[in-house]
Design a protein around this ligand. Structure first.
Ligand SMILES: C[S@@+](CC[C@H](N)C(=O)[O-])C[C@H]1O[C@@H](n2cnc3c(N)ncnc32)[C@H](O)[C@@H]1O
Length: 503
């Protein structure tokens, strides 16, 4: 039978025959593979724009009028108009974490804020194949680092969240091991996996971790009681391994355990961290006895079978990218590849509070706030009041206009302050960068815009305006993905390709 290729188009009003899916599958024959290749790279939104149909019912009506099936009609219109639209060079799955869930090592800790290694590979190939040193100011799970190594380029990086620093460091240490050391580490993990839960029954809970939980979270209950006890006992086992001197084994086990904390808790990460609903509690709660052995198996599989090796040096240069100007590098940076926090309300530290607690980075109620102050202001609770007193010396007519409207319209006076903080801090990072960049350096930034109080904040365009006087000039701007905000406004994720020229 001839192979059929499918492209799903999402319609709010579409119901598949099986009843659930809202995606209409556009079918292509092998002869239409060329058309499929182009369509495959477009988002549902872009395809609907070509079809001039927001809903399935309108599409169906048009097809009926034309005397064709929906499939035939849609392909006919798309084939006629596709050359008039810009087909992005990157696919949606590459610019979100979606593509990393199955990637060895990346899958150890799912971090939806991340982009995929294949996206970074493509960026390096296209824009900076000859770079001798890359800097990643907002490293997250380390995607840029691992891709750069794969391409033979060493990196420097910043990442303010110690949880992610631990994750990157652990992955790098494992990937640097010789084949025999990897096998030895894998054997130890197999052994632990076989015996851990039996040993756990005889292990005492880590009382210092219990005490810090109450100091940090007060009376909030995030875990079922028996699961909380298991987590405390796992910490005792890991502490023991660390005391015996096997630091890497302790770190790998820590990663495995902290990756399981949210699934076994009453919390869920959907955008931000929130409590699971009653229904989610019934359907989604899992226990550590089930998921930890599976997680360890995945890690063992990557350690044993995935011959990805780190060959070069990658160094955490400053935890906080705002301090990059305090470093004075002998070898300057040729390229920056990064996805900074979006101005979208994400509170990176609050979202990782369970993991940070488990790693003992949270000792008191204030610690979360202290970390949050270090991070780039991107959420309403991050705003720093001292900025309200500072004069706005950033040179951007677009920022001034946006602020004027936002000051009038924002339902919460922290919103304009948050936006001011964000751009001031981004400016600080780019200003610091100028001290350490080579003339002609390439800066590749994956960034999205936002809407607050019905005011569109064109984050990428404002950023370009404020950093231009520092010597950063836009070369190209490519839309990677588009989506609708809750109020129907169009939001874009873009790739900014910027060149630095010393001023
Ligand atoms: C969009 S995520 C980057 C994800 C990354 N591209 C990946 O693939 O995993 C932005 C990251 O910036 C980090 N961050 C926020 N403020 C920072 C700062 N001032 N310095 C360094 N990193 C910061 C956050 O902790 C978060 O991990």
């Amino acid at each position: 039978m001839a192979t059929q290729l499918h492209k799903a188009i999402y319609f709010d009003d579409y119901q598949s025959e099986k009843g659930k899916a809202k995606s209409f599958a556009l079918a292509f024959t092998e002869d239409e593979a060329e058309l499929f290749k182009k369509v495959g790279q477009l988002s549902s939104y872009a395809i609907k724009k070509i079809l001039k149909c927001d809903t399935y019912s309108v599409l169906k009506k048009k097809a009926d009028r034309d005397g064709r099936s929906v499939n035939q009609y849609a392909k006919r219109i798309i084939a006629k108009h596709i050359n008039k639209v810009d087909v992005p060079s990157f696919q949606t799955k590459d610019v979100t974490f979606g593509n990393s869930k199955d990637v060895p090592f990346q899958r150890w800790y799912p971090y939806i804020e991340g982009y995929s290694p294949s996206f970074v590979d493509a960026l390096i190939d296209k824009y900076c194949p000859n770079a001798k040193l890359i800097y990643e100011p907002f490293a997250g799970t380390g995607t840029t680092i691992f891709s750069a190594d794969h391409k033979g380029i060493p990196t420097l990086y910043s990442e303010v969240n110690p949880l992610l620093q631990v994750l990157i460091d652990t992955k790098i240490s494992v990937m640097k091991l010789s084949s025999s050391k990897r096998q030895a580490l894998a054997s130890k993990l197999v052994n632990i996996n076989d015996n851990m839960f039996a040993a756990l029954a005889k292990t005492t809970p880590a009382e210092n971790l219990r005490a810090s939980y109450y100091r940090v979270f007060g009376k909030s209950v995030y875990f079922p009681e028996d699961q909380f006890e298991q987590v405390l006992r796992l910490k005792t086992i890991i502490d023991g391994i660390e005391k015996d001197g096997d630091l890497l084994l302790a770190k790998v086990l820590s990663v495995a355990v902290f990756s399981c904390l949210i699934p076994i808790s009453y919390l869920k990460k959907q955008g931000d961290l929130r409590f699971k609903t009653e229904k989610e509690r019934q359907n989604e709660m899992v226990i550590i006895q089930d998921i930890l052995p599976e997680k360890i198996k995945v890690i063992i599989e990557d350690i044993q079978n995935c011959q990805v090796n780190i060959r070069l040096n990658h160094k955490l240069i400053q935890g906080n990218a705002k301090n990059i100007g305090k470093s004075s590098l002998k070898n300057k940076i040729d390229a920056v590849i990064t996805s900074p926090p979006y101005l979208n309300g994400t509170n990176y530290f609050r979202n990782t509070k369970l993991e940070l607690w488990f790693l003992s980075y949270l000792q008191s109620e204030d610690d979360l706030r202290l970390y949050r102050d270090e991070a780039l202001t991107s959420g309403i609770n991050d705003v720093k009041q001292e900025y309200s007193k500072q004069v706005n010396d950033l040179s951007s007519p677009l920022l001034d206009d946006t602020m004027m409207i936002l000051d009038k319209q924002a339902y919460d006076r922290r919103i304009p302050l948050m936006a001011r903080c964000y751009f001031r801090e981004m400016h600080e990072v780019f200003q610091g960068l100028t001290k350490n960049l080579n003339d002609g350096a390439d800066i590749l930034v994956d960034l999205g815009d936002s809407i607050f109080s019905n005011v569109h904040i064109q984050t990428d365009l404002i950023l370009l305006e404020i950093i231009e006087p520092l010597g950063f000039k836009l070369q190209s701007r490519e839309i990677l993905r588009q989506r609708r905000s809750r109020n129907g406004a169009l939001l874009s994720q873009v790739l900014l390709v910027i060149k630095y020229k010393k001023v």
